[in-house]
Design a protein around this ligand. Structure first.
Ligand SMILES: [Fe+2]
Ligand SMILES: [Fe+2]
Length: 233
C-alpha cells in the first residue's frame, strides 16, 4: 500500500497520483494535500517571524486545499468510501466513521476561519498576520491528525476488508464523481502545488506526524532556519 511519508516536494513525488487502486489513490491525494498544507505552514512561520503575509500565494493554496480537499477528496470519502465501510462493520454512531465525518466538518470550519482571518492579514497588520498564522496551525492540527487516522487505521482496514471487485467498483465510482464534478482539477493541483513549494524554498514534504515546527528544528521543513524554530534549539 502507498502511504504518505516524508518525501521530495518536486513534481516527481507530488505527481505520483497515478494509482488505479482506490485506497492508494486516496493516500496519494493526502500527499498533495500535505504539500499544499506545507506551503501554508511555511507562510504562517514567516508571519510569526514578523514578515508580511504573501496574501496572493496564501489565497491560492487555501483555494487548492478547499477545492481538492473538501470538494473532491472528502466528497469521495463521505459519499463512497465511508458508506461502503459501514457495510463492513465500521460504525458511524459513536464510531470511526462518525469521528472522521466530524473531522471533515471541523476541517471546513477551520478553513473558513482561515479565510476570515485573511482579510486583515492581507492588509499587513502584524497582529492580524499572527492570528492568520494561528489559524493555519489549527488547520494543520486537524488535517494531520485526521490523515494519520486514515493512513494508520482506516485505509489498511479497507485494503483488507474490501474484496477486489469492491475496490475496483469503488475506483470506477471515484473516477465518475471526479469527471462529473471536478474535471481537470487533479491535473491543476499536481502542477500548482510543486510550483508553490519551489517558490517557497521547500524541498521536502514534512512527515505526516509533524504538527507545526516552531521550537523544534528537527521537524522544520527548512532545517530549523526559521527564527521561531532556532529559538527552541
Ligand atoms: Fe478524510
Ligand atoms: Fe482522506
Amino acid at each position: 500500500m502507498t502511504s504518505v511519508k516524508e518525501g521530495e516536494a518536486g513534481p516527481h513525488y507530488l505527481g505520483c497520483v497515478t494509482s488505479t487502486s482506490a485506497i492508494d489513490r486516496l493516500s496519494e491525494e493526502h500527499g498533495l494535500l500535505l504539500g499544499a498544507l506545507a506551503g501554508l505552514e511555511e507562510l504562517a512561520l514567516r508571519c510569526m517571524d514578523k514578515q508580511p503575509l504573501d496574501a496572493e500565494r496564501a489565497a491560492a493554496l487555501v483555494g487548492l486545499i478547499s477545492e481538492f480537499g473538501c470538494g473532491l477528496h472528502h466528497a469521495i470519502e463521505d459519499e463512497l468510501l465511508f458508506p461502503l465501510l459501514e457495510h463492513h462493520g465500521v460504525t458511524r454512531e459513536c464510531g470511526a466513521i462518525g469521528v472522521l465525518t466530524y473531522e471533515h466538518e471541523a476541517f471546513e470550519e477551520a478553513l473558513s476561519r482561515l479565510n476570515t482571518a485573511m482579510g486583515e492579514a492581507s492588509e499587513g497588520d502584524p497582529w492580524a498576520c499572527r492570528t492568520w498564522a494561528r489559524q493555519v496551525d489549527a488547520l494543520s492540527h486537524i488535517s494531520r491528525g485526521h490523515m494519520c487516522k486514515e493512513e494508520g487505521v482506516l485505509f489498511p482496514f479497507a485494503q483488507k476488508a474490501l474484496s477486489g471487485a469492491e475496490q475496483e467498483e469503488l475506483f470506477e465510482r471515484m473516477c465518475e464523481l471526479e469527471e462529473k464534478r471536478h474535471r481537470g482539477l487533479r491535473e491543476r493541483v499536481v502542477v500548482q502545488v510543486p510550483r508553490h513549494l519551489k517558490a517557497l524554498g521547500i524541498a521536502k514534504i514534512p512527515p505526516l506526524e509533524r504538527i507545526g515546527c516552531p521550537g523544534d528544528p528537527r521537524k522544520c521543513p527548512k532545517g530549523g532556519q526559521h527564527s521561531t524554530c532556532s529559538q527552541g534549539s
